[in-house]
Write a new protein. Sequence first.
Length: 366
Amino acid sequence: MPRPADPGFVHTFLPGRVVFGAGTLDRVADEVANLEVRRVLVMATNSARDAADVVEVQLGDRFAGRIDGVAQHVPTAVAEHARAKAREVDADGIIAIGGGSAIGLAKAVALTSADGLAIVAVPTTYAGSEMTPVWGETAGGSKTTGTDLRVLPRVVVYDPVLSLHLPKKVTAASVANAIAHCVEAVWTPKADPITEVTAVEGVRALAAGLNKVVTDPTDLDARSNLLYGACLAGSALATAGTGLHHKLCHLLGGTYNLPHAETHAAVLPQVVRVNAPAVPQAAAQLHAALGGVDSNAADASTPDLAGGLFDLFAAAGVPTSLRELGLTEEQAVEAVKTFKPTDNPIPVTEDLVREILTRAWAGTRP
């Protein structure tokens, strides 16, 4: 939220077009035509094959090829196969249908394309990758990430109908991932009043949508709310960048192949526990957006944002400990030794990282 004492800020509005609403899958081919793309490579997760079938027919002569099935964390071998396929079919555009893994694979191809590739993203989860120029690739147990405008999708088509049958556990974990984007967007060095407003509204939509979907997974309005929140979450992250939380999750995911979304749910409350006191106003706003105390209440200076996040994830059935995800205590300790300091509201020391990961491994409520 803007503050009178703020010295000013710089905010980058990233280019792109969002098409939102039930049934918008039918507009994908028209969006491709508007981009003047000639040959399209379609990428889809296994769960999105039916949607990919629809799009393939829509494209007609523009359809150039298809890749079904992707892998989380974008392994280099998978990325190289996709790059070779894109060259083979002479693709100048990609339609990525699915979650963050599908969109991440499209980004990996666009990143190394000599002539550039236009990406049209059709998200079926709430990862938010479609709104960011952030890419990632994993090789040899190490995940490398970066930022490049070449990988930012030109068009994002949000059709909540596609997520109606997303299992509740997958839904809840994906929402935890999106909420992590919002929360971290308030404390990075690039955070500003606009990213803060965006992040708070994103958390409000995500928390409200998740609470409804837990009881009625086919609530179309709730699914729309979740996609809206994911869009805002990705937008906030795209401008504010990442910090301690995401770097820990990337380290754990790339090194130990932990499930990306669930790792966010286990780590985020523990990072918030140590960082929230350094950003009290933003923490109060986020806590209110979760459904906690009003941000203007007398005790808003010390909101239990970390506990609120932990409880939200636990109530939705998302694992809140790294132990549940298969990480051993020894691996958690080893991760502490390899983590490199990063920008953060409070100094990042080995002791701080050990505290965060120890609590995240055990699933201790903040």
